[in-house]
Design a protein around this ligand. Structure first.
Ligand code: SIN
Length: 528
């Protein structure tokens, strides 16, 4: 049994941002399923949206965030996000994050100044980027460099967090499967879930393999409230070619002038939104799906004159593998699962409905994104809310220490973890996960209706019978995916309206008042 002051599950931007602050007040253990660099953070291409130009800039960023969220954004959370963003980004700069700067004073920007791009639903160019299209990786690398210098932070890679330990309604730690398959118990004054998203729920996703909704599943099993699970964002433009991965074709391509054209070569977005290719993501994703019913949809940059391989080196390298070039060829695209707006219900300080449990980043639902996240607000979310959660954990953690974290039902927790008798084989587990992902894509994806959602529900019930068994990483992930899929389907069935990323063919209108869905222990309710 290990004892630390703070346990952080996940090593993306939210987890590392928190760990840096937590280390000022105690010993921190950061646990990641693979190596630290492997998180949704590292895959973020386009950039980090931030208002660094004072009051008017902040006001506009707030309005854009609220407008994209389609009537469901928690304005207080969004205000905190956009106000504190600049301060946190300044810190990143001080830690050596190399955002791109103007070399020769191009585009009206003085030499040496930060370059900014624009993406969908932003009213101006406010998105910082790094190495062209590798912003997340640059931030992850610089945060890690900083974290590795802090002695009080221990990093445990290749370990799967299995479940939270709860005693008298308070979270006291977690059980982990280490890299050798051994079960470990970690006790902590406070636990932060910063475990990212759940893109692996869908057969088409831009997310890495680690994004299996573990934090949401663990929190829900422990009795925490989850919120807005029906709002899953599909990125409009993932690469679309048989046999190729759904590699992200960053929204920044459209920010730099890319058009969307259909198989007849028509630029079609004018039929869907006045902002054309820079409409909110949910609108663009649905438009591509509709146009894609008659053939391929493409990104077209043949009219864009700038040096595209230099501006988008990662995307250009990827396309080169398929003998395609931005600016020369049409690039086939289609939507793919990208970001979950819902998650563990939390306030801006990461406080969940369970004492001792905190959540920040994609795993959390503060309501900051409402029904549809504004492009490039997610790195900022992790940075700002990770830091705020750390402050709250230090405050609440002290309370627990005074009580004394003794007498835990650790033995029970370990017993229930290992009592999952029998082990499903690897191939069978992969097949089972594949079925779940296909079912979610077909019936709980971009366009939904009651018939399809009920079919998804029955499919999940059938999959429950053959649920993979045993204490191994893929088995744990399979069970987590199943639970999170059930939450999404239940919330999607309950929301009989269309709003943001949740579109019901049978209820295409938006209700007059936006309500949040909240689920706990099998009950669904809607609240203001
Ligand atoms: C992108 O580069 O298009 C992704 C940015 C985001 O998801 O906010």
């Amino acid at each position: 049994m290990d004892r630390v002051d703070f346990l952080v599950v996940g090593g993306g931007i939210a987890g590392l941002s928190a760990a840096i602050r937590l280390a000022e007040s105690g010993k921190v253990l950061v646990v990641t399923k693979e190596e630290l660099a492997e998180s949704n953070t590292a895959y973020a291409q386009g950039g980090i949206a931030v208002a660094m130009g004072g009051v008017e800039d902040v006001r506009l960023h707030l309005e854009d965030t609220v407008n994209a969220g389609d009537g469901l954004v928690n304005r207080e959370a969004a205000q905190v996000l956009v106000e504190q963003g600049a301060m946190r980004v300044e810190e990143l700069l001080a830690w050596g994050t190399g955002f791109d700067r103007s070399l020769k004073g191009e585009g009206g920007v003085a030499a040496g100044e930060l370059l900014r791009t624009r993406e969908g639903a932003h009213s101006l160019s406010r998105i910082l980027h790094a190495n062209g299209d590798a912003t997340g990786r640059e931030i992850a690398v610089s945060l890690l460099r900083h974290v590795k210098e802090i002695e009080r932070i221990e990093l445990l890679e290749w370990a799967t967090t299995v479940d939270l330990l709860v005693e008298d309604g308070r979270v006291m730690g977690a059980t982990l499967l280490d890299g050798e398959g051994g079960l470990r118990v970690v006790l902590a004054r406070a636990v932060l879930l910063a475990s990212g998203g759940a893109g692996q729920l869908y057969s088409d996703t831009t997310n890495p393999a680690v994004a299996t909704g573990d934090g949401i599943a663990m929190a829900y099993r422990a009795g925490a409230e989850v919120s807005d699970m029906e709002f899953y964002q599909f990125h409009p433009t993932a690469f679309s070619m048989a046999g190729a991965p759904r590699f992200l074709m960053s929204e920044a391509l459209r920010g730099e002038g890319a058009w969307l054209v259909n198989s007849r070569g028509e630029r079609f977005m004018e039929r869907y939104h006045s902002l054309l290719e820079l409409a909110p993501r949910d609108v663009v994703a649905r438009a591509i799906t509709r146009e894609g019913m008659d053939g391929e949809v493409y990104l077209d940059m043949r009219h864009v004159k700038s040096d595209l391989p230099e501006r988008f080196p990662g995307i250009s390298r990827f396309l080169g593998r398929y003998r395609l070039e931005l600016g020369r060829d049409l690039i086939p695209v289609r939507p793919a699962a990208h970001y979950l707006m819902g998650g563990v219900r939390a306030d801006v300080h990461g406080r969940t409905s369970l004492p001792g449990l905190f959540a920040a980043g994609e795993v959390a639902c503060t309501g900051v994104h409402g029904a549809n996240r504004l492009a490039s607000n997610s790195l900022l979310e992790g940075l700002v809310f990770g830091a705020l959660a750390a402050e709250a954990m230090v405050a609440q953690g002290a309370e627990v220490r005074a009580r004394g974290a003794e007498g835990l039902a650790v033995a029970d927790a370990v017993e229930s973890a290992v009592s999952n008798q029998g082990v499903t084989g690897e191939a069978a587990t992969e097949r089972w996960i594949g079925e779940l992902r296909a079912l979610m894509w077909k019936d709980a994806g971009l366009l939904r209706d009651k018939v399809g959602l009920e079919r998804a529900q029955r499919g999940l019930e059938a999959l429950a019978v053959t649920m993979p068994r045993g204490m191994f990483r893929r088995g744990v992930e399979a069970r987590n995916l199943h639970l999170v899929a059930g939450l999404i389907v239940a919330a999607a069935l309950g929301r009989e309206e269309s709003r943001g990323a949740h579109f019901r063919n049978d209820f295409p209108e938006r209700d007059a008042v936006g309500l949040h869905s909240v689920m706990m222990r099998g009950e669904l309710r809607f609240v203001a």
